[in-house]
Design a protein around this ligand. Sequence first.
Ligand code: C2G
Length: 129
Amino acid sequence: MKRVLTYGTFDLLHRGHVRLLERAAALGDELIVGLSTDEFNRIKGKHAYMSYADREYILKAIRYVDRVIPERSWDQKVADVQRYHIDTFVMGDDWQGKFDFLKDYCEVIYLPRTQDISTTKIKTDLSEN
Ligand code: C2G
């Protein structure tokens, strides 16, 4: 049983998010997603349009996602990798190198981001029309 872990806000779920989840899930048998809480988003300087509950509800409907756990801080990743017996940690390559400290605990893979789509772009495009 190969377990994969990733984290994110996943607000206004779009093709870039789903492609990340699809590719991450393909790396193992089970994909666990650490979903940023509304409080942690404030720490990240992000304001999600959708609440944690709504973002969790939508993520759980995605066929590639097996489990959703709350992401409350920057410092929980090592504990999560150990607690959930994670084999592979995956993030988009906008985070390239930022989580290499996890290489002591599991495989770390950064996947190419999907171009021309982001939650910020969606919000900007909508506000201009
Ligand atoms: N992503 C992607 N392509 C896009 C947009 C996002 O591959 N066009 C990926 C990001 O690289 C990330 C995941 O989708 O791996 C979730 O993106 P966000 O919700 O923006 O997550 P972020 O705010 O980067 O939070 O501790 C890690 C943080 O919680 C990551």
